[in-house]
Design a protein around this ligand. Structure first.
Ligand SMILES: [Fe+2]
Length: 299
């Protein structure tokens, strides 16, 4: 069976068929997927049957895997795989139930940034035949391209501070949240970091707006009110409906999405008895930036 990449009828995304992700892939296939991911922003691989070992192997083809600060000892022997779920078994939650509910870019709070996120949908809640718990995306290539030229010039050399604690506290402030505050040790592991506001995508070389309401807290070199005003302007701009796409899950989908090109948001439109179970791997951008330096030089 040959690989087929079929773009969604949407501003981003494509479906990839003809690949069994439980089997090792060849160099050509990996290269094709790396470019398809950069070109389409999100790739759906339907009807995959994977165990955790397969997930970790496939995800690590694109970069090293992150072990999340919120991961627990129960993730052994694959701490790089997180469980996202609202399921409670014997009074114990089997995973993080409120992950990703709010617009953000994974790992923008980290100095080594993420290239992509791999999600595997094991249980997808439905109601009246319609899937619930969509994952929404916003295209930051389009968001950058459509900024007024004077704004593009203004932000070209600016840097933004990103803080893991911003999103964590936002989630904690929601009614019913049982997230504890981060401990001093957890905060020390995740101090605020800065990144360029405009980044060139390492694979597509396209400029993207690398700034998101989940973690961006400050524009360096600006007074607080000026920084707040610019950030709010960018947050409003980047989340316009014309840049958004909502992915509807089907059980056994693998979704690989680009964390440099897109922001995402998990829609919590399902109830506690409507069970959702996803597994996740976070793929760092280390390999792709290293390859870029080797082949094209830094920059
Ligand atoms: Fe996320």
């Amino acid at each position: 069976m040959s690989i087929r990449v079929k773009p969604f009828e949407a501003i981003l995304g494509a479906s990839v068929t003809g690949l069994d992700l439980s089997k090792p892939l060849g160099e050509c296939e990996i290269e094709l997927l790396r470019h398809a991911l950069a070109n389409y922003g999100a790739l759906r691989f339907p009807n995959q049957t994977l165990v955790e070992k397969d997930m970790a192997r496939f995800a690590s083809l694109f970069g090293s895997l992150e072990v999340n600060v919120a991961a627990t000892a129960t993730n052994k022997p694959f701490p790089e795989i997180m469980t996202l779920s609202n399921i409670v078994e014997n009074g114990v939650k089997i995973g993080l139930s409120d992950a990703g509910q709010g617009w953000h870019t994974d790992m923008s709070y980290s100095k080594p940034i993420a290239l992509a996120n791999m999600l595997y949908g094991l249980k997808v809640p439905t109601r009246d035949g319609k899937p619930l718990g969509d994952t929404q995306f916003a295209d930051m290539g389009l968001a950058y391209d459509t900024l007024p030229t004077e704004v593009q010039h203004r932000i070209e050399n600016l840097s933004v501070e990103h803080d893991f604690n911003k999103f964590w506290e936002m989630m904690r402030s929601r009614p019913g949240s049982d997230r504890p505050p981060l401990t001093p040790a957890q905060r020390a592991k995740k101090p605020p970091v800065t990144h360029p506001m405009v980044m060139r995508h390492p694979v597509s070389r396209r400029k993207v707006l690398y700034c998101n309401p989940g973690y961006a807290i400050k524009v360096l070199g600006l007074e607080k009110n000026e920084s707040d005003e610019l950030l709010q302007y960018l947050f409003d701009h980047q989340l316009q409906k014309r840049f958004l796409y909502s992915f509807q899950w089907t059980a056994l989908d693998v979704l690989l999405f680009d964390n440099i090109r897109t922001l995402h948001n998990a829609i919590p439109d399902y109830l506690p008895h409507e069970h959702r179970l996803l597994k996740r791997c976070q793929i760092m951008a280390d390999k792709v930036f290293l390859d870029l330096e080797l082949h094209q030089g830094p920059g």
